[in-house]
Design a protein around this ligand. Structure first.
Ligand SMILES: [Zn+2]
Length: 577
């Protein structure tokens, strides 16, 4: 059962009874929340035992406040046409969140100080302490307002790109709507739609370049304030990348160029042949190459949850049961309906320790794969439910995306629940092509950002050249951009991470390798692979990345030795599909 308004979580009790927070308090209220954080700051934590109790009290408070924020967010996205919900969320972000940020730094310092004086054994808190120490070392009060300015510029990016609409065939369309014309079998209609959207983007090209350069300036100052050589060093530390360095990222780029780009080129060549065209143009990369109508995995959105439960059950009966329980508890809001925000996400209700999945299913193939992905995130949350420390109930992106991308490949073996055999092949082929595509795309975005932040004072045209370079190196060289050089030169403007989440992206490449590695293990021994998957998920964030990977039977390595066999596995499977 999927309720139409999945935002009433009053029936969900805290997973553990509250010890520190009084019952019945409003955790969206600034004075209440700061009062509770202040009480923690004032509470003595001198002995090792008192310190552990203090840490768990902080964890309880962080989880409850995080859940209050999540519920406001879920309520807003489930009904965007209710201004009161948007206002409640905005108020929380503008009042409670900044207050917690600076109180959080004070609490971190108190923790480190208490650890020094108690001289106790680190025990199981090694990873936690490493993270806290890194955050405290990098924190500079003068960077707080710069960070706020940066977030405001991010909002501007959203405003500029969100306001783009295109008049096409007499009607006004948003940019996401324009994408559906690229699935259109009529090639000239596809081309017209692509050109119309590209023209619209070019109209804002200079504004977006100006905006990016202001962000670049802020980031350079933030890094200098923190005593870092450049923003590369700053962001590696801010992202807590303790287990790999820029040189490892370069090794990833090289290995992908050698082992994956040729496979991607073959996929594009095959598409060109099947489309029966002399050269593949940018508007030819999404349409079905055999001219078939779109796949239809289910008729009514209500069918999606029931079938997904069956897919997960076939993958692993225990996971199937976990997903069925989410459905029973109203933790799945899957169907698209008027007033719902676009997209899909998995949000944690941290105090109840339950996951919630939000989607906009309309009955297309993507819905199935998105749900398998979000399902993997949800299983990760369920696996860590008995971990008392909030910080350990989630893993870094490099591994949390192994949980989700890995689940796509493991459960993807069973999407026959939705499809007849021929459609199943087509769905799995499309998905696997997408998996292959991610690896060089990650290299493109990551290599470009490394170039940007190690070339201070570069000009706009130098940046365009650098983009053309990486685009050429990882793009496969099959798509013909003749006459569209300007469109290509600014096509990175569409990648919101470059603006809003600088330097995030390599995580997805690392995780995709882990997911493929897991699939390779499952091909040999599905039960052992699933046991490893669940073992690693249960560790949450309590171990460094190499240990999380090792628990799943995977190597934390992105050199050619790891990448080449995974590319061969994907190529062999594509040849069969
Ligand atoms: Zn994800």
């Amino acid at each position: 059962m999927t309720p139409t308004d999945a935002t009433d979580f009053t029936a969900l009790p805290p997973y553990r009874p509250r010890q520190f927070i009084p019952g019945g308090v409003d955790l969206t209220d600034l004075a209440t929340v700061t009062g509770l954080y202040q009480a923690l700051l004032d509470r003595p934590a001198t002995s090792a035992e008192a310190l552990e109790g203090w840490l768990l009290a902080r964890s309880e408070l962080d989880a409850a406040v995080d859940q209050a924020r999540s519920i406001l967010y879920i309520r807003m996205t489930c009904q965007t046409d209710d201004p009161a919900r948007a206002e409640a969320y905005r108020r929380f972000i503008e009042t409670v969140e900044p207050a917690i940020a600076s109180l959080g730094d004070k609490l971190d310092r108190k923790y480190l100080e208490a650890r020094r004086s108690s001289g106790s054994d680190l025990g199981r808190y090694g990873v936690y302490e490493r993270n806290v120490r890194a955050d405290v070392e990098l924190f500079r009060q003068e960077n707080v307002p710069l960070r706020t300015k940066e977030s405001l510029l991010s909002q501007k990016y959203q405003a500029i790109t969100g306001a783009m609409t295109v008049e096409f065939e007499g009607l006004e369309h948003t940019m996401p709507e324009m994408r559906k014309f690229l699935l259109e079998p009529d090639r000239s209609r596809r081309e017209a739609a692509w050109r119309a959207a590209a023209r619209r983007r070019l109209a804002d090209r200079d504004r977006l370049d100006d905006l990016f350069e202001r962000m670049l300036g802020l980031r350079t100052r933030i890094a200098a304030n923190a005593g870092c050589r450049d923003f590369v060093e700053y962001q590696f530390r801010a992202c807590r990348r303790f287990d790999y360095a820029p040189a490892d990222c370069r090794r990833y780029h090289e290995a992908v160029a050698r082992s994956v780009v040729p496979l991607w080129r073959d996929i594009l060549e095959d598409r060109r042949r099947r489309l029966g065209v002399d050269c593949l143009r940018p508007w030819d990369t999404s349409v079905d190459p055999d001219g078939r109508p779109p796949l239809k995995p289910f008729e009514r959105p209500e069918e999606l949850a029931a079938r997904a439960i069956e897919v997960f059950r076939r993958t692993d009966p225990a996971l199937g049961e976990q997903f069925a329980a989410m459905d029973r508890q109203g933790l799945l809001d899957l169907a698209s309906r008027k007033g719902k925000a676009p997209g899909g996400y998995q949000a944690g209700l941290s105090e109840a320790r339950r996951p919630f999945i939000f989607m906009n299913a309309v009955g297309v193939d993507d819905d199935v794969w998105t749900l398998l992905h979000e399902g993997g995130h949800a299983f990760h949350a369920v696996a860590t439910v008995d971990e008392p420390l909030l910080a350990y109930r989630g893993a870094p992106t490099e591994f949390s995306e192994v949980a989700s991308m890995g689940m796509e490949l493991l459960a993807g073996e069973h999407v026959g629940v939705f499809y007849a055999p021929e459609a199943l092949k087509r769905s799995r082929r499309q998905h696997l092509e997408g998996v292959v595509r991610i690896l060089p795309w990650v290299a493109t975005i990551d290599a470009f950002q490394h170039w940007i932040y190690t070339h201070p004072g570069h000009s706009r045209s130098q940046r365009q050249e650098a983009w053309a370079d990486v685009f050429g190196r990882f793009g496969g060289g099959v798509v013909d951009w003749t006459g569209l050089e300007e469109e290509r030169a600014s096509s990175w403007h569409q990648q919101l991470h470059i603006f809003e989440y600088p330097f995030y992206y390599i995580e997805y490449g690392i995780a995709q390798l882990g997911a493929l590695g897991l699939w390779m293990l499952a091909r040999k021994d599905p039960r052992a692979a699933l046991a490893g998957y669940r073992r690693a998920l249960a560790l949450g964030g309590s171990r460094p990345l190499p240990e999380l990977f090792a628990a799943a039977g995977l190597k934390f390595d992105f050199s050619e030795a790891t990448i080449a066999p995974l590319a061969r596995l994907a190529a062999d499977e594509l040849a069969r599909l």
